[in-house]
Design a protein around this ligand. Structure first.
Ligand code: ADP
Ligand code: ADP
Ligand code: ADP
Length: 213
């Protein structure tokens, strides 16, 4: 299966991804995680992406299309993938269709994590992540066993630099202006399943499973 997750920051894409990945044996490609790793490693890509990310703006289409094109070639992605955080513009969606068409493939499903903006600030400001695995926790909704520590590895958790109320505002603006049109793009092909992303995580998982049946 080739599945796309679309939703504003904090809508639960990263939380649901591991469950889908394990159930269908897909690879998980999260452009935000890849870009943060590049920023941390100070690679040329990371240096180009850092400023836009810190401001809550989108990184250029060419940069992210390049990383996705590269990542989709991995052997583990040949059976299918979950794209988390990509495509985020209509141009990215068109480029993805072109890349897949070359392999005689296409997108199977788009999961739309629909949620009210008002809920997202509390989710984002309470988020703690384990950078190397991408696991996320929440101080109130999904606390780790020990505050600031990953349950699985015992390694420290971090808060993302862009997970502030101020940067969230820009990220939401980018979502409404640039990413919502992507939902319309895929709706025309009847690929979109709308989820109630404000529900508790387990209920969202049930909706995801139904949408992918
Ligand atoms: P995204 O990947 O879409 O930005 P995350 O999955 O990282 O969002 O979720 C954002 C924050 O909200 C995390 O701290 C996560 O633990 C928490 N969270 C995720 N899903 C839910 C939910 N259904 N209800 C409450 N909190 C949630
Ligand atoms: P969230 O999980 O909160 O939705 P991400 O981790 O997916 O956010 O993305 C963090 C930042 O990385 C974005 O604000 C943006 O600057 C950049 N980014 C990630 N994916 C893309 C993309 N497909 N196109 C452009 N910029 C992107
Ligand atoms: P600065 O040097 O300006 O403080 P960094 O390059 O250290 O910025 O990191 C940028 C942001 O990305 C920080 O919020 C940091 O916590 C986060 N970060 C760094 N590495 C990772 C990673 N591998 N995965 C997720 N987030 C990361």
């Amino acid at each position: 299966k080739r599945i796309i997750l679309i939703g504003p920051p904090g809508s639960g894409k990263g939380t649901q991804s591991p469950l889908i990945k394990d159930e269908y044996c897909l690879c998980h490609l999260a452009t935000g995680d890849m870009l943060r790793a590049a920023v941390a490693a100070k690679t040329p890509l990371g240096i180009k992406a850092k400023e836009a990310m810190n401001k809550g703006e989108l990184v250029s289409d060419d940069l992210v299309v390049g990383i996705i094109d590269e990542a989709m070639k991995k052997p583990s992605c040949q059976k299918g993938f979950i794209l988390d955080g990509f495509p985020r513009t209509v141009v990215q969606a068109q480029k993805l269709d072109d890349m897949l068409a070359k392999q005689g493939a296409k997108v199977d499903k788009v999961l739309n994590f629909a949620i009210d903006d008002a809920i997202l600030e509390e989710r984002i400001t309470g988020r703690w992540i384990h950078p190397s695995s991408g696991r996320s926790y929440h101080t109130k909704f999904a606390p780790p066993k020990t505050p600031g520590v990953d349950d699985v590895t015992g390694e420290p958790l971090i808060q993302r630099k862009d997970d502030t109320a101020a940067v969230l505002k820009s990220r939401l603006e980018a979502f409404h202006m640039q990413t919502e049109p992507v939902i319309d793009y895929y709706s025309k092909n009847g690929l979109v399943a709308n989820l109630h992303a404000e529900k508790p995580p387990k209920e969202v998982t049930v909706e995801v499973q139904k949408a992918l049946q």
